[in-house]
Design a protein around this ligand. Structure first.
Ligand SMILES: [Ca+2]
Length: 380
């Protein structure tokens, strides 16, 4: 009976976590189910009866899976996940099972996800990591080496060569550091052992398996970041499936080694996320008397542009880019960045927001923008 209850709980967990992965509160639902299960056990049997039944289960040789086992294949919930996605995605269950045979929980990944730079750093600390002379020089070299491809992407997607270059520069140092974690093992670790975001990562794990099977990759040995981002532009699996393009026409989308596909895919990603050709990205709002309270009231927690041109103009912001950046009633965002000399006030246009679709962080978008400015906006 206890084994049945446990099975029910495991099934409930699997169903809540994976089938309805988009629900925000699946972990809470699971915790509620556990509490409900515990109450049911207490109500029906009482503590002594549970102990007795527990001994009976051991005596009768009923093996109970350890849901904390380091090796994922020893967990019933992992087996249930494999069975479920194999059925849903029409994949060979034995083949998918084999992928998980040697996967283990990686503590280094759980440690790394707990301290992403965007969450814990201020602009004063973040900027020197990404906007360095070495990275600027690397960007100029990358831009010089891939001028034709960058021009082609600029023409097709309207995204400046310097922005595409800067994104690749911030993501992986122009391909120098694309990650050394097994993508499947990283996604498994974050799906099964990082409850806070398990629904997101389990969806990405399924996306990755489907992508890898479709592309014919050696699934277990594909390497990426601790969060499962892949290749020179660090696309996660769902982005790879949706936004990666074959820009050199060889019939494959290769973000690991085809510079054409890499450059084209970054351009395509930004275009699909609302990049506006020849429009501004961001501007420092220089003030005469510091940052006033009305200016601070424009600052929103959300990254979404929500302020109109008239509002910022009424507080003294004006520039030749404002009309272009807010044409067609496009809105802008106002932000403060904690810089070397104290708070800096910035205006972000629609294209700044597009960069935050690549990585949901103002620090990230500002680093990309400033690196791109330093690299130079025109191809040589
Ligand atoms: Ca290709």
């Amino acid at each position: 009976m206890i084994a049945t209850l446990k099975k029910w709980l495991i099934k409930a967990r699997t169903r809540e976590t994976f089938r309805h992965g988009r629900a925000q509160n699946c972990t809470e639902q699971f915790e509620r189910l556990c509490r409900l299960g515990n109450r049911m056990k207490s109500a029906v049997y009482g503590g002594c009866a549970i102990a007795l039944l527990g001994s009976m289960a051991v005596a009768s040789g009923v093996a109970e899976a350890d849901e904390n086992a380091k090796r994922y294949f020893e967990r019933d919930s992992v087996k249930a996940y494999i069975e479920q996605i194999s059925e849903e995605q029409d994949l060979d269950v034995n083949r998918i099972s084999a992928l998980f045979t040697d996967l283990e929980r990686q503590q280094s990944i759980l440690d790394a996800i707990s301290r992403p730079a965007e969450r814990s750093l201020t602009w004063r600390e973040y900027r020197p990591i990404f906007v360095t002379q070495k990275r600027i020089d690397g960007g100029k070299a990358f831009l010089a080496e891939h001028t034709e491809l960058l021009k082609k992407a600029e023409e097709k997607f309207g995204v400046p060569a310097s922005i595409i270059t800067a994104i690749i520069g911030v993501e992986t140092y122009y391909g120098g550091n694309t990650g050394s974690y097994g993508v499947l093992e990283a996604l498994a670790t974050l799906s099964f052992d990082y409850p806070r975001r398990s629904d997101f990562f389990s969806r990405e794990m399924t996306e990755f398996i489907v992508l890898s099977e479709a592309e014919g990759w050696d699934t277990v040995n594909v390497l990426g970041s601790y969060a499962g981002a892949m290749g020179m532009p660090q696309f996660i699996a769902s982005s790879y499936r949706e936004y990666a393009i074959d820009f050199d026409g060889d019939g494959r989308r290769d973000l690991f080694s085809s510079h054409a596909d890499i450059i084209g895919s970054v351009g395509n990603y930004l275009a699909r996320h609302g990049w506006v050709e020849n429009a501004p990205i961001a501007e420092r709002w220089i003030t005469d008397n510091g940052i006033t309270q009305p200016m601070r009231e424009f600052v929103r927690e959300s990254l979404l542009p929500a302020i109109d041109a008239d509002s910022v103009r009424s507080q003294g912001f004006d520039s030749s880019q404002l009309a272009q950046g807010t044409q067609d009633d496009r809105l802008l965002s106002v932000m403060t960045m904690a810089g070397e000399q104290g708070d800096e006030l910035w205006v972000g246009y629609r294209n700044f927001y597009a960069i935050t679709r690549y990585n949901h962080s103002r620090l990230y978008a500002m680093a990309v923008y400033q690196l791109a400015e330093a690299i130079g906006s025109s191809t040589p």
